[in-house]
Design a protein around this ligand. Structure first.
Ligand SMILES: Cc1cc2nc3c(=O)[nH]c(=O)nc-3n(C[C@H](O)[C@H](O)[C@H](O)COP(=O)(O)OP(=O)(O)OC[C@H]3O[C@@H](n4cnc5c(N)ncnc54)[C@H](O)[C@@H]3O)c2cc1C
Length: 456
């Protein structure tokens, strides 16, 4: 690759100039040797870095954005649905315990077909976690800011982890290893440059991953022609830990229970839920331009009246919806994780959970290799990661794609067929159970980090 020569020259220069403390006095370049350097400290990259460091592997993580300001001081309306297996991963990395507020367990999921302003079809599908797991919920609703607070609280406690943020990274990779030049010292102290020597570089910079581009990995994108509107609303009646997934003609609408009462609501509307509302782009623009009262009215037309009166709270967020698929998840000394490798429709709330499954697959492969004295960034380890993560991601991408096409269709016979299909699944316990376990992230023989095991 083109960066090999420049990386070797860079290494030689640094070797000549280094002092005993690992610092180049002439150029003020510190050096750091790590097993893995993760570029991007979003939820996926930061969790991977914490998982590797917690297992005792020297790890660096670099983000171009400063970490503390990601901890938005107030509720901002965004929340993630974290599946049971993702919760276990976050727990093993020491992140879950640092959530500043108790997350809301999801005990029940109702799936129905509907139309704005009309009652949902009576042919519905009701999942109850009591019928599936051993008393565990399907997952939890965690505010985005809470997860960020927990990640930021966890990273500095790990002795094997060095975080650089805000900092720009320049990466060169070659078959023997990778060098990452970081402008800006650890924890945002601007004190010159650091040269990180890593066995493995991880691209966790989200959908527009520069490392993916640098490696020449092609991507396929699908534009859904929809906008995902995300936010929260206060409501009169308790949600009882129930999430609602409503399939509407222009796209899915989800209501997801938030913790409370007390955290968000007001005296008259003491409970709160998040919404993820996918709508055709032109219509979404009209809704987003509405004032809170009119927007709340449109929300209520889709939600129905089971939660009583509602009022939007926090900010409204919107995202153009597209799917993204990287042709490879690996290259020389490089692994892609999270949205850098795949992006899916939020119809099933599984995007971040899929990224956490990449974290488990990569961390387990790297930790096992390091323990066995194998090169943790070598081609066999990367091949094992890709062989596990890619089919899993492809299955989820395919499933969300089919769901979106099947349920975003308002043709009469198709609508009737899917209503009957929903009701049929509700009446076939083994099939229903299989769907429910999938929502939890469970599958037969699941072990390792997603099975609640701690690795060292
Ligand atoms: C409407 C909507 C609703 C969703 N709801 C859910 C849900 O309920 N549950 C769920 O599981 N998923 C959900 N998702 C998906 C989820 O938001 C993403 O999958 C998740 O944020 C991906 O995390 P990530 O860490 O891979 O990437 P990102 O969150 O994009 O983080 C990337 C990080 O890399 C940094 N970075 C970027 N470029 C560089 C660079 N050059 N150098 C250094 N750092 C860099 C950025 O600053 C950032 O910190 C939803 C998505 C949408 C659009």
């Amino acid at each position: 690759m083109s960066g090999i020569a420049s990386a070797q020259i860079l290494c030689n220069c640094l070797a000549l100039a280094e002092t005993e403390e690992g610092r180049d006095l002439r150029g003020m370049t510190a050096t750091l040797d790590v097993t893995a350097c993760v570029i991007g400290a979003g939820p996926v990259g930061a969790t991977l870095a914490a998982t590797l460091a917690a297992a005792g592997l020297p790890t660096a993580v670099v983000d171009r954005a400063p970490l503390p300001p990601m901890e938005l001081p107030e509720f901002d309306g965004r929340a993630y649905a974290i599946a049971l297996t993702s919760q276990r991963l976050l727990d093993a990395a020491g992140i879950w315990q640092r959530l500043p507020a108790a997350p809301q367990p999801i005990h029940r999921i109702r799936v129905a077909d509907g139309r704005p302003g009309a009652r949902p079809s009576s042919l519905k599908l009701d999942f109850d976690s009591a019928e599936v797991g051993q008393g565990e919920p399907f997952g939890w609703m965690v505010e985005a800011r809470s997860l960020r607070v927990a990640l930021n609280a966890c990273l500095p406690t790990l002795p094997n982890l060095t975080a650089f943020a805000p900092a720009e990274a320049t990466v060169t990779r070659h078959p023997e290893g990778a060098e990452i030049r970081v402008a800006g010292g650890p924890h945002g102290k601007m004190q010159g440059e650091t040269l990180i020597r890593a066995r493995l570089v991880v691209g966790a910079e989200g959908r527009e991953s520069p490392l993916r581009r640098q490696a020449g990995i092609a991507v396929t994108r699908w534009d859904y022609g929809q906008v995902g509107m995300v936010g929260a609303f206060a409501h009169e009646r308790p949600h009882g830990g129930t999430a609602l997934e409503m399939f509407l003609p222009n796209g899915p609408f989800a209501q997801l229970p938030l913790a409370g009462p007390g955290g968000f609501g007001t005296a008259d509307l003491p409970h709160a839920s998040a919404y993820v509302w996918s709508e055709r782009t032109a219509l979404a623009r009209r809704f987003l331009a509405m004032d809170d009262a009119r927007f709340g009215h449109e929300l209520a037309r889709r939600l129905g009246d089971h939660l009583g009166r509602i009022r939007p709270i926090g900010r409204r967020w919107s995202y153009p919806l597209s799917a993204l698929w990287a042709q490879r998840f690996t290259d020389t000394r490089l692994a892609l994780v999270g949205d850098a490798a795949h992006g899916i429709h939020p119809i099933a709330g599984q995007g971040l959970n899929l990224g956490f499954r990449d974290v488990a697959a990569l961390a387990e492969a790297v930790i096992a290799a390091a323990n066995a004295g194998e090169d943790p960034g070598g081609a066999p380890v990367l091949a094992r990661y890709q062989a596990r993560a890619r089919p899993d991601a492809m299955l989820m991408l395919g499933a969300t794609h089919v769901l979106e096409k099947l349920f975003g269709n308002d043709v009469g016979p198709v609508r009737l067929a899917r209503r009957i299909g929903i009701a049929a699944v509700d009446r076939i316990p083994p099939l229903k159970r299989a769907f429910a376990e999938r929502a939890m992230g469970m599958r037969p023989g699941l072990g390792g980090l997603l099975g609640g095991q701690r690795l060292a």
